[in-house]
Design a protein around this ligand. Structure first.
Ligand SMILES: O=C(O)CCC(=O)C(=O)O
Length: 247
């Protein structure tokens, strides 16, 4: 293989083959697919698994935690489920699609099961976050419930505290895929509390809990078409939030 263009061609071919495999699997997949594509690791598949940014007490960001193929696999699992949901319109959700999977609070019955690979990624992200914020964050050992959110470019999620509280002291792990968003939060409803904005990009993981348990938060803005153009993606943002709910 002579030059960089040849290498790019092969990488593009591997990437589109992989996408086709995911599309093909989508119809009968019950298992969450995170395998690397056959052949070489994709150039665009690099993830930055070990970088952690201790943003604030109880809040850690893992920039680029998810690899390209993990993002595609998560999207392949979540988007067909979300497409069936009506647009959620209430005082908090505007033009979003939302579905909760995993175990129902106070019940042993499973709804759609959370794929094991997804829970493993959440546990791993929480381990890294706990290392980055020692004494503040615990590990998420028993991820039982998961909210999938699809944001169109005009969607908004207003200020709220999660109704489905986490098990005390156990953090929430939230993955972002697709367009960048502003995630705005403060520690309580008090007017004097300072609002903080974090920009979450495709592949980022956000972990909060401990001193940041029950924070007030919102997603007021999606930056349409901000995702890397190599990512074949319709405008919008997928969020996958995993927690061990309180019984
Ligand atoms: O999309 C996000 O990053 C946040 C989602 C959220 O706050 C929720 O589902 O309650």
């Amino acid at each position: 293989m002579g030059n960089d263009e040849d290498v790019d061609d092969v990488l593009n071919m591997l990437e589109s083959e992989h996408r086709l495999e995911i599309q093909k699997d989508r119809a009968n997949a019950t298992e969450f697919e995170v395998d690397e594509p056959r052949g070489k690791r994709q150039k665009s598949d690099s993830s930055d698994h070990n970088r952690a940014f201790h943003h604030s007490r109880g809040v850690v960001i893992l920039p680029g935690f998810l690899s390209h193929s993990q993002q595609l696999a998560m999207a392949s699992f979540a988007l067909p489920l979300l497409r069936k949901e009506k647009l959620a319109q209430n005082e908090v959700t505007k033009n979003m699609q939302q579905i909760t999977i995993g175990q129902k609070r106070g019940s042993a019955n499973n709804r759609i099961a959370i794929p094991t690979d997804l829970t493993q990624l959440a546990v791993r992200a929480s381990q890294l976050a706990a290392e980055a914020a020692p004494g503040e964050l615990r590990q998420l050992n028993n991820p039982r419930t998961c909210v999938l959110n699809w944001y169109r470019p005009d969607s908004k999620l207003g200020m709220h505290v999660d109704k489905c509280g986490s098990e005390r002291g156990v953090p929430v792990v939230s993955f972002s895929i697709g367009d960048t968003c502003d995630f705005v939060w403060k520690r309580s409803w008090a007017k004097k509390e300072k609002l903080i904005t974090i920009q979450l990009k495709s592949g980022d993981a956000l972990i909060f809990g401990g001193p940041a348990e029950g924070i007030v938060h919102s997603v007021p803005r999606i930056y349409a078409n901000s995702v890397n153009p190599s990512f074949d993606w319709s405008p919008g943002r997928l969020n996958v939030t995993i927690r061990d709910h309180a019984n």
